[in-house]
Structures are given as C-alpha cells and as structure tokens.
Design a binder for this molecule. Structure first.
Ligand code: SF4
Ligand code: SF4
Length: 73
C-alpha cells in the first residue's frame, strides 16, 4: 500500500493538496498547531493510490509519497 506523509513543520496550511487529491485522502486539521497553522493531515490512507498529485501540488515540498513496494516475481 502506498504511504503518504505530511511533513507538518513545512506545511503552511494552504489546502492545495486537499483539493489535488482525487481520492479524498487528505483533509485539514480541526485545530491549529503551535505555529497557529491548520495543517493538512491524512484522513484515509487506505484510499491512497500513490499518484503523488498532492506532493506535486504542494508549494512547500511538505508531502512525501512512497509507492507500494513491489512484490518480487
Ligand atoms: S498520492 Fe494521490 S491518492 Fe495519495 S494522498 Fe496524494 S493525491 Fe491523494
Ligand atoms: S499543499 Fe503543502 S503546504 Fe499546502 S496544506 Fe498541503 S501540505 Fe500544507
């Protein structure tokens, strides 16, 4: 299964990644962090396809997507 990670210290809360995800995997947090930023969080990783739209869209390189490990043939 692909893994998507938000690097919270880099997130500025713009929300672009939430709009970019075709699977509704991401959402904005309900509360602000100690910087006063409402960061993006992963709400449904199981739905992630690893397409990396969110990471490409993020202006602050705050998202890492790790594709699923391939099963050896
Ligand atoms: S990798 Fe694709 S499916 Fe997964 S959270 Fe990002 S945009 Fe959504
Ligand atoms: S696009 Fe990047 S900076 Fe904007 S909310 Fe998403 S993770 Fe945070």
């Amino acid at each position: 299964m692909p893994e998507v990670r938000i690097l919270s210290r880099y997130c500025k809360g713009c929300g672009l990644c939430v709009k970019a995800c075709p699977r509704g995997v991401l959402r904005m947090a309900d509360t602000v962090d100690r910087r006063g930023v409402r960061i993006a969080i992963v709400r449904a990783e199981v739905a992630c396809t690893g397409c990396a739209n969110c990471a490409v869209m993020c202006p602050d390189a705050a998202i890492e997507v790790e594709a699923a490990a391939r099963t050896p043939a």
